[in-house]
Write a protein that binds this ligand. Structure first.
Ligand code: AMP
Ligand code: GLY
Length: 425
Protein backbone atom coordinates (compact mmCIF):
# COMPACT_ATOMS: atom_id res chain seq x y z
CA UNK A 1 0.00 0.00 0.00
CA UNK A 2 1.25 3.50 -0.86
CA UNK A 3 0.59 5.84 2.05
CA UNK A 4 0.95 9.62 2.25
CA UNK A 5 0.97 11.38 5.63
CA UNK A 6 0.17 15.10 5.62
CA UNK A 7 1.87 17.32 8.19
CA UNK A 8 5.24 18.12 9.70
CA UNK A 9 4.89 17.98 13.49
CA UNK A 10 5.65 15.52 16.24
CA UNK A 11 2.23 13.94 15.81
CA UNK A 12 2.92 13.19 12.17
CA UNK A 13 6.44 11.96 12.96
CA UNK A 14 4.87 9.47 15.39
CA UNK A 15 2.29 8.39 12.78
CA UNK A 16 5.01 7.90 10.17
CA UNK A 17 7.19 5.98 12.66
CA UNK A 18 4.30 3.63 13.48
CA UNK A 19 2.94 3.20 9.93
CA UNK A 20 6.48 2.44 8.70
CA UNK A 21 6.39 -0.70 10.87
CA UNK A 22 3.39 -2.08 8.95
CA UNK A 23 4.15 -4.97 6.61
CA UNK A 24 1.38 -3.63 4.35
CA UNK A 25 3.35 -0.49 3.38
CA UNK A 26 5.08 -0.57 0.02
CA UNK A 27 5.87 3.14 -0.04
CA UNK A 28 5.57 5.75 2.71
CA UNK A 29 5.55 9.43 1.85
CA UNK A 30 5.06 12.64 3.81
CA UNK A 31 4.20 16.21 2.82
CA UNK A 32 5.87 18.38 3.80
CA UNK A 33 7.32 15.93 6.34
CA UNK A 34 10.32 16.85 8.46
CA UNK A 35 13.99 15.96 8.78
CA UNK A 36 13.04 13.49 11.51
CA UNK A 37 10.52 11.75 9.27
CA UNK A 38 13.01 11.42 6.42
CA UNK A 39 14.38 8.21 8.03
CA UNK A 40 11.04 6.49 7.41
CA UNK A 41 9.31 8.39 4.62
CA UNK A 42 10.08 10.18 1.39
CA UNK A 43 9.33 13.85 2.09
CA UNK A 44 7.80 16.09 -0.57
CA UNK A 45 8.10 19.83 -0.15
CA UNK A 46 4.40 20.67 -0.43
CA UNK A 47 3.05 22.79 2.46
CA UNK A 48 -0.16 21.77 4.23
CA UNK A 49 -1.78 25.01 3.04
CA UNK A 50 -1.33 24.06 -0.65
CA UNK A 51 -4.44 21.88 -1.00
CA UNK A 52 -4.22 21.67 -4.81
CA UNK A 53 -0.55 20.74 -4.56
CA UNK A 54 -1.33 17.96 -2.09
CA UNK A 55 -4.07 16.52 -4.31
CA UNK A 56 -1.71 16.62 -7.31
CA UNK A 57 0.99 14.88 -5.28
CA UNK A 58 -1.38 12.14 -4.11
CA UNK A 59 -2.66 11.63 -7.64
CA UNK A 60 0.78 11.66 -9.29
CA UNK A 61 2.13 9.17 -6.76
CA UNK A 62 -0.96 6.92 -7.11
CA UNK A 63 -1.35 6.95 -3.33
CA UNK A 64 -3.72 4.36 -1.85
CA UNK A 65 -4.35 6.14 1.44
CA UNK A 66 -3.81 9.69 2.66
CA UNK A 67 -3.57 10.22 6.42
CA UNK A 68 -4.10 13.87 7.34
CA UNK A 69 -2.47 14.98 10.61
CA UNK A 70 -3.36 18.64 11.31
CA UNK A 71 -6.75 20.33 11.48
CA UNK A 72 -6.21 23.29 9.16
CA UNK A 73 -6.23 21.46 5.81
CA UNK A 74 -9.21 19.36 6.97
CA UNK A 75 -11.15 22.45 8.02
CA UNK A 76 -10.33 23.91 4.59
CA UNK A 77 -11.70 20.86 2.72
CA UNK A 78 -8.63 18.77 1.80
CA UNK A 79 -10.37 15.45 2.51
CA UNK A 80 -13.28 16.39 0.23
CA UNK A 81 -10.89 17.27 -2.60
CA UNK A 82 -8.94 14.02 -2.19
CA UNK A 83 -12.11 11.91 -2.14
CA UNK A 84 -13.44 13.72 -5.24
CA UNK A 85 -10.25 12.49 -6.90
CA UNK A 86 -10.92 8.92 -5.81
CA UNK A 87 -8.26 8.83 -3.08
CA UNK A 88 -9.13 7.09 0.19
CA UNK A 89 -8.56 9.58 2.99
CA UNK A 90 -8.25 9.30 6.75
CA UNK A 91 -9.67 12.63 7.88
CA UNK A 92 -13.11 14.24 7.89
CA UNK A 93 -14.85 16.37 5.29
CA UNK A 94 -14.99 20.13 5.67
CA UNK A 95 -18.59 19.81 6.88
CA UNK A 96 -17.71 17.29 9.61
CA UNK A 97 -14.59 19.28 10.54
CA UNK A 98 -16.86 22.20 11.53
CA UNK A 99 -16.83 20.63 14.98
CA UNK A 100 -13.30 22.01 15.35
CA UNK A 101 -13.46 24.93 12.89
CA UNK A 102 -16.06 26.78 14.94
CA UNK A 103 -16.62 26.49 18.67
CA UNK A 104 -19.97 28.25 18.26
CA UNK A 105 -21.05 25.62 15.71
CA UNK A 106 -19.81 22.86 18.01
CA UNK A 107 -21.69 24.18 21.06
CA UNK A 108 -24.94 24.49 19.08
CA UNK A 109 -24.37 20.97 17.71
CA UNK A 110 -23.94 19.52 21.25
CA UNK A 111 -27.14 21.25 22.36
CA UNK A 112 -29.11 19.84 19.39
CA UNK A 113 -27.80 16.31 19.93
CA UNK A 114 -27.96 16.23 23.75
CA UNK A 115 -24.22 15.92 24.27
CA UNK A 116 -23.31 16.97 27.84
CA UNK A 117 -21.18 20.13 27.91
CA UNK A 118 -20.83 23.47 29.75
CA UNK A 119 -23.58 26.13 29.51
CA UNK A 120 -22.56 28.81 27.01
CA UNK A 121 -23.36 31.88 24.97
CA UNK A 122 -21.99 33.14 21.63
CA UNK A 123 -21.28 36.86 21.11
CA UNK A 124 -19.90 39.41 18.72
CA UNK A 125 -21.12 42.34 20.81
CA UNK A 126 -19.15 43.41 23.91
CA UNK A 127 -22.08 44.85 25.88
CA UNK A 128 -24.15 41.68 25.51
CA UNK A 129 -21.15 39.50 26.27
CA UNK A 130 -20.40 41.42 29.48
CA UNK A 131 -24.03 41.22 30.60
CA UNK A 132 -23.96 37.43 30.05
CA UNK A 133 -21.24 37.16 32.72
CA UNK A 134 -23.97 37.93 35.31
CA UNK A 135 -25.12 34.32 34.98
CA UNK A 136 -21.74 32.86 36.05
CA UNK A 137 -19.42 32.82 39.03
CA UNK A 138 -15.66 33.30 38.46
CA UNK A 139 -13.49 31.92 37.01
CA UNK A 140 -14.88 32.74 33.57
CA UNK A 141 -14.12 30.85 30.38
CA UNK A 142 -13.67 32.82 27.14
CA UNK A 143 -12.92 31.11 23.84
CA UNK A 144 -12.30 32.26 20.31
CA UNK A 145 -14.91 30.92 17.92
CA UNK A 146 -12.22 30.16 15.32
CA UNK A 147 -9.00 28.15 15.26
CA UNK A 148 -6.14 29.57 17.35
CA UNK A 149 -3.58 26.72 17.55
CA UNK A 150 -4.82 25.60 20.96
CA UNK A 151 -4.19 29.03 22.47
CA UNK A 152 -7.59 30.71 22.02
CA UNK A 153 -8.93 30.08 25.53
CA UNK A 154 -8.51 32.42 28.47
CA UNK A 155 -9.78 31.83 31.99
CA UNK A 156 -10.01 35.19 33.80
CA UNK A 157 -10.27 34.95 37.58
CA UNK A 158 -12.15 38.23 38.09
CA UNK A 159 -15.09 40.02 36.45
CA UNK A 160 -12.89 43.02 35.68
CA UNK A 161 -10.32 40.86 33.91
CA UNK A 162 -13.08 39.02 32.02
CA UNK A 163 -14.56 42.28 30.73
CA UNK A 164 -11.13 43.50 29.61
CA UNK A 165 -10.60 40.18 27.79
CA UNK A 166 -13.98 40.48 26.06
CA UNK A 167 -12.87 43.85 24.68
CA UNK A 168 -9.49 42.41 23.67
CA UNK A 169 -11.05 39.38 21.90
CA UNK A 170 -13.53 41.49 19.95
CA UNK A 171 -10.87 43.98 18.94
CA UNK A 172 -8.74 41.26 17.37
CA UNK A 173 -6.51 39.77 20.08
CA UNK A 174 -6.60 36.52 18.06
CA UNK A 175 -7.30 38.13 14.70
CA UNK A 176 -10.42 36.89 12.89
CA UNK A 177 -10.60 33.86 15.18
CA UNK A 178 -11.82 36.07 18.04
CA UNK A 179 -14.25 38.31 16.14
CA UNK A 180 -16.89 35.98 17.62
CA UNK A 181 -16.40 34.63 21.12
CA UNK A 182 -17.89 31.88 23.23
CA UNK A 183 -18.41 32.36 26.97
CA UNK A 184 -18.77 29.16 28.99
CA UNK A 185 -19.48 27.97 32.46
CA UNK A 186 -16.28 26.83 34.20
CA UNK A 187 -16.34 23.07 34.71
CA UNK A 188 -14.52 21.65 37.74
CA UNK A 189 -12.88 18.26 37.37
CA UNK A 190 -10.03 16.35 35.80
CA UNK A 191 -9.46 16.37 32.06
CA UNK A 192 -8.78 13.42 29.79
CA UNK A 193 -8.39 13.10 26.02
CA UNK A 194 -10.39 10.23 24.51
CA UNK A 195 -9.86 9.08 20.92
CA UNK A 196 -12.18 7.12 18.64
CA UNK A 197 -11.88 6.05 15.03
CA UNK A 198 -14.98 6.52 12.93
CA UNK A 199 -15.72 5.39 9.37
CA UNK A 200 -18.87 7.43 8.87
CA UNK A 201 -21.03 4.85 10.64
CA UNK A 202 -19.11 2.64 13.06
CA UNK A 203 -16.86 3.83 15.86
CA UNK A 204 -14.00 2.18 17.68
CA UNK A 205 -12.31 3.39 20.88
CA UNK A 206 -8.72 4.34 20.09
CA UNK A 207 -7.10 5.09 23.42
CA UNK A 208 -7.07 7.75 26.08
CA UNK A 209 -4.33 10.01 27.34
CA UNK A 210 -3.79 12.99 29.57
CA UNK A 211 -2.28 16.16 28.18
CA UNK A 212 -0.62 19.04 30.07
CA UNK A 213 -1.86 22.22 28.43
CA UNK A 214 -0.28 24.86 30.67
CA UNK A 215 3.26 25.97 30.03
CA UNK A 216 4.37 25.83 33.67
CA UNK A 217 4.89 23.09 36.24
CA UNK A 218 1.94 22.43 38.51
CA UNK A 219 -0.33 23.37 35.57
CA UNK A 220 0.38 27.09 35.80
CA UNK A 221 0.93 29.82 33.22
CA UNK A 222 -0.41 30.23 29.71
CA UNK A 223 -2.23 27.59 27.69
CA UNK A 224 -0.14 25.91 24.99
CA UNK A 225 -0.71 23.30 22.30
CA UNK A 226 0.35 20.73 24.94
CA UNK A 227 3.57 20.32 26.95
CA UNK A 228 3.49 16.57 27.49
CA UNK A 229 1.16 13.60 27.70
CA UNK A 230 0.91 10.11 29.06
CA UNK A 231 -1.20 7.05 28.50
CA UNK A 232 -2.98 5.14 29.92
CA UNK A 233 -4.53 7.72 32.24
CA UNK A 234 -5.78 6.10 35.46
CA UNK A 235 -8.91 8.26 35.35
CA UNK A 236 -9.91 6.63 32.04
CA UNK A 237 -11.37 3.49 33.63
CA UNK A 238 -13.26 1.05 31.39
CA UNK A 239 -16.50 2.39 32.96
CA UNK A 240 -15.61 6.00 32.15
CA UNK A 241 -14.68 5.07 28.57
CA UNK A 242 -17.95 3.20 28.16
CA UNK A 243 -19.88 6.28 29.39
CA UNK A 244 -17.91 8.60 27.10
CA UNK A 245 -18.45 6.32 24.09
CA UNK A 246 -22.20 5.96 24.74
CA UNK A 247 -23.14 9.47 25.91
CA UNK A 248 -20.66 11.61 23.98
CA UNK A 249 -18.83 9.98 21.05
CA UNK A 250 -21.72 7.99 19.56
CA UNK A 251 -24.25 10.85 19.80
CA UNK A 252 -21.69 13.02 18.00
CA UNK A 253 -21.02 10.54 15.18
CA UNK A 254 -24.70 9.68 14.69
CA UNK A 255 -25.54 13.39 14.94
CA UNK A 256 -23.02 14.28 12.25
CA UNK A 257 -24.29 11.49 10.00
CA UNK A 258 -27.89 12.61 10.56
CA UNK A 259 -26.87 16.17 9.65
CA UNK A 260 -25.44 14.88 6.36
CA UNK A 261 -21.80 15.13 7.43
CA UNK A 262 -20.63 11.59 8.31
CA UNK A 263 -17.26 11.59 10.06
CA UNK A 264 -14.31 9.57 8.71
CA UNK A 265 -11.11 9.80 10.69
CA UNK A 266 -10.30 10.19 14.36
CA UNK A 267 -12.44 12.07 16.84
CA UNK A 268 -10.62 13.55 19.80
CA UNK A 269 -12.94 14.29 22.69
CA UNK A 270 -11.51 16.63 25.31
CA UNK A 271 -13.45 15.48 28.36
CA UNK A 272 -13.89 17.02 31.81
CA UNK A 273 -14.72 14.39 34.39
CA UNK A 274 -17.08 16.35 36.65
CA UNK A 275 -19.18 15.34 39.68
CA UNK A 276 -22.10 15.10 37.25
CA UNK A 277 -20.23 12.75 34.92
CA UNK A 278 -18.06 13.31 31.85
CA UNK A 279 -18.75 16.46 29.83
CA UNK A 280 -17.25 17.78 26.59
CA UNK A 281 -14.68 20.56 26.83
CA UNK A 282 -14.13 20.47 23.09
CA UNK A 283 -13.95 18.14 20.13
CA UNK A 284 -11.04 18.01 17.75
CA UNK A 285 -11.22 16.25 14.43
CA UNK A 286 -7.68 14.83 14.38
CA UNK A 287 -5.18 13.19 16.71
CA UNK A 288 -3.98 15.17 19.70
CA UNK A 289 -0.48 16.50 19.60
CA UNK A 290 1.32 15.28 21.77
CA UNK A 291 -1.25 12.61 22.78
CA UNK A 292 -0.74 10.77 19.47
CA UNK A 293 2.92 10.21 20.32
CA UNK A 294 2.12 8.13 23.42
CA UNK A 295 -0.71 6.25 21.67
CA UNK A 296 1.65 5.24 18.86
CA UNK A 297 4.20 3.97 21.42
CA UNK A 298 1.52 1.87 23.14
CA UNK A 299 -0.30 0.39 20.10
CA UNK A 300 0.77 -3.21 19.56
CA UNK A 301 -1.59 -3.61 16.60
CA UNK A 302 -0.70 -2.61 13.10
CA UNK A 303 -2.66 0.65 12.88
CA UNK A 304 -2.59 0.92 9.10
CA UNK A 305 -5.52 -1.48 8.47
CA UNK A 306 -7.56 0.50 11.02
CA UNK A 307 -6.82 3.89 9.46
CA UNK A 308 -7.54 2.44 6.02
CA UNK A 309 -10.81 0.89 7.21
CA UNK A 310 -11.91 4.22 8.73
CA UNK A 311 -11.24 5.83 5.33
CA UNK A 312 -13.19 3.13 3.45
CA UNK A 313 -16.18 2.57 5.75
CA UNK A 314 -15.16 -0.94 6.81
CA UNK A 315 -14.19 -0.40 10.44
CA UNK A 316 -16.68 -2.95 11.81
CA UNK A 317 -14.67 -5.76 10.23
CA UNK A 318 -11.50 -4.73 12.08
CA UNK A 319 -10.41 -6.16 15.45
CA UNK A 320 -10.10 -3.82 18.43
CA UNK A 321 -6.74 -2.17 18.91
CA UNK A 322 -4.34 -4.14 21.07
CA UNK A 323 -2.52 -1.85 23.53
CA UNK A 324 0.43 -2.73 25.70
CA UNK A 325 -0.31 -2.17 29.39
CA UNK A 326 3.05 -0.44 29.71
CA UNK A 327 2.61 3.28 30.21
CA UNK A 328 4.19 5.80 27.87
CA UNK A 329 5.11 9.43 28.56
CA UNK A 330 6.06 12.15 26.12
CA UNK A 331 7.79 15.35 27.24
CA UNK A 332 7.71 18.37 24.96
CA UNK A 333 10.97 20.28 24.73
CA UNK A 334 10.05 23.80 23.65
CA UNK A 335 11.99 26.91 22.71
CA UNK A 336 12.49 29.41 25.54
CA UNK A 337 9.68 31.99 25.22
CA UNK A 338 6.99 29.59 23.91
CA UNK A 339 3.98 30.04 23.77
CA UNK A 340 5.05 33.65 23.24
CA UNK A 341 7.81 34.65 20.83
CA UNK A 342 10.96 32.55 20.66
CA UNK A 343 14.18 32.38 18.69
CA UNK A 344 14.96 29.78 16.04
CA UNK A 345 18.21 28.27 14.82
CA UNK A 346 19.98 27.05 17.97
CA UNK A 347 21.74 23.70 17.68
CA UNK A 348 20.45 20.57 19.46
CA UNK A 349 22.68 17.54 20.04
CA UNK A 350 22.24 14.09 21.54
CA UNK A 351 19.08 12.94 19.74
CA UNK A 352 20.71 9.99 17.97
CA UNK A 353 22.23 8.68 21.21
CA UNK A 354 18.93 9.05 23.04
CA UNK A 355 17.12 7.10 20.30
CA UNK A 356 19.46 4.17 21.06
CA UNK A 357 18.15 3.97 24.64
CA UNK A 358 15.70 1.10 25.24
CA UNK A 359 12.08 2.21 25.07
CA UNK A 360 12.93 5.78 24.05
CA UNK A 361 11.95 7.54 20.86
CA UNK A 362 12.36 11.20 20.01
CA UNK A 363 9.74 12.61 17.68
CA UNK A 364 10.75 15.86 16.00
CA UNK A 365 8.06 18.52 16.16
CA UNK A 366 9.80 21.66 14.94
CA UNK A 367 13.33 20.99 13.76
CA UNK A 368 15.52 21.79 10.78
CA UNK A 369 19.07 20.89 9.73
CA UNK A 370 21.76 23.53 9.24
CA UNK A 371 24.47 23.39 6.57
CA UNK A 372 26.68 21.30 8.84
CA UNK A 373 23.84 18.77 9.18
CA UNK A 374 23.16 19.62 12.85
CA UNK A 375 19.62 19.47 14.19
CA UNK A 376 18.37 23.00 14.88
CA UNK A 377 15.29 24.42 16.58
CA UNK A 378 12.72 25.65 14.07
CA UNK A 379 9.48 26.01 16.03
CA UNK A 380 7.87 26.58 19.42
CA UNK A 381 7.38 22.96 20.37
CA UNK A 382 10.57 21.38 19.03
CA UNK A 383 11.07 17.82 20.34
CA UNK A 384 8.77 15.19 21.84
CA UNK A 385 10.97 12.94 23.93
CA UNK A 386 8.90 9.79 24.44
CA UNK A 387 9.50 6.70 26.57
CA UNK A 388 7.66 3.54 27.49
CA UNK A 389 8.27 1.40 30.58
CA UNK A 390 6.88 -1.39 32.75
CA UNK A 391 5.48 1.20 35.14
CA UNK A 392 4.78 4.89 34.99
CA UNK A 393 7.69 5.60 37.34
CA UNK A 394 9.96 3.62 35.07
CA UNK A 395 8.72 5.49 32.00
CA UNK A 396 9.19 8.82 33.82
CA UNK A 397 12.75 7.95 34.88
CA UNK A 398 13.56 6.96 31.32
CA UNK A 399 12.00 9.95 29.65
CA UNK A 400 13.77 12.45 31.91
CA UNK A 401 17.08 10.58 31.62
CA UNK A 402 16.67 11.01 27.86
CA UNK A 403 15.75 14.69 28.21
CA UNK A 404 18.86 15.22 30.34
CA UNK A 405 21.04 13.69 27.62
CA UNK A 406 19.82 16.17 25.02
CA UNK A 407 21.92 19.32 24.81
CA UNK A 408 19.95 22.38 23.81
CA UNK A 409 20.80 25.69 25.44
CA UNK A 410 17.59 27.47 24.41
CA UNK A 411 15.17 24.67 25.28
CA UNK A 412 12.97 24.02 28.29
CA UNK A 413 10.45 21.41 29.36
CA UNK A 414 8.10 20.67 32.22
CA UNK A 415 9.65 18.26 34.73
CA UNK A 416 6.29 17.10 36.10
CA UNK A 417 4.60 15.34 33.17
CA UNK A 418 2.24 12.62 34.46
CA UNK A 419 2.27 14.13 37.98
CA UNK A 420 -1.35 13.23 38.66
CA UNK A 421 -0.88 9.54 38.01
CA UNK A 422 2.57 9.44 39.63
CA UNK A 423 1.14 10.98 42.79
CA UNK A 424 -1.64 8.40 42.87
CA UNK A 425 0.80 5.45 42.73
P1 AMP B 1 -10.09 24.06 24.66
O1 AMP B 1 -9.20 24.68 23.62
O2 AMP B 1 -11.53 24.35 24.48
O3 AMP B 1 -9.77 22.59 24.88
O4 AMP B 1 -9.66 24.71 26.03
C1 AMP B 1 -8.33 24.68 26.48
C2 AMP B 1 -8.29 24.36 27.93
O5 AMP B 1 -9.00 25.34 28.69
C3 AMP B 1 -8.97 23.05 28.28
O6 AMP B 1 -8.13 21.97 28.08
C4 AMP B 1 -9.31 23.26 29.73
O7 AMP B 1 -8.20 23.05 30.55
C5 AMP B 1 -9.68 24.72 29.78
N1 AMP B 1 -11.12 24.86 29.61
C6 AMP B 1 -11.77 25.08 28.45
N2 AMP B 1 -13.11 25.17 28.65
C7 AMP B 1 -13.31 25.00 29.98
C8 AMP B 1 -14.46 24.98 30.82
N3 AMP B 1 -15.69 25.22 30.33
N4 AMP B 1 -14.27 24.77 32.14
C9 AMP B 1 -13.03 24.57 32.64
N5 AMP B 1 -11.92 24.58 31.91
C10 AMP B 1 -12.03 24.79 30.59
N1 GLY C 1 -2.85 18.36 22.78
C1 GLY C 1 -4.04 19.04 22.48
C2 GLY C 1 -4.32 19.20 21.05
O1 GLY C 1 -3.73 18.55 20.20
O2 GLY C 1 -5.18 20.00 20.72
Amino acid sequence: MKVLVIGSGGREHALVWKIAQSPLVSSLMAAPGSPGMADNAICFDVPVSDLDGLVTLATDQAVDLVVVGPENPLCDGLADMLRENGIATFGPSKAAAMLETSKAFAKDFYARHNVPTARYGVFDDATKAKAFLDGFKPPYVLKTDGLAAGKGVVIPQTREEAEAEIDAFLSGKFGDASSTLVIEEFMHGEEVSVFALCDGTDVKFFGAAQDHKRVGEGDTGLNTGGMGAYSPAPIATPELIETVMETIIKPVTTGLAADGAPFQGVLFAGIMVTDEGPKVVEFNIRFGDPECQVLMMRAKSDILPLLDAAARGTLAAQPDVDWTHDPAITVVMAAEGYPGSYAKGSVITGIDAVNEMTGVQVFEAGTARNEAGDVTAAGGRVLNVTAIGESLHYAADRVYAAVDDIEWADGFCRRDIAWRALKAH
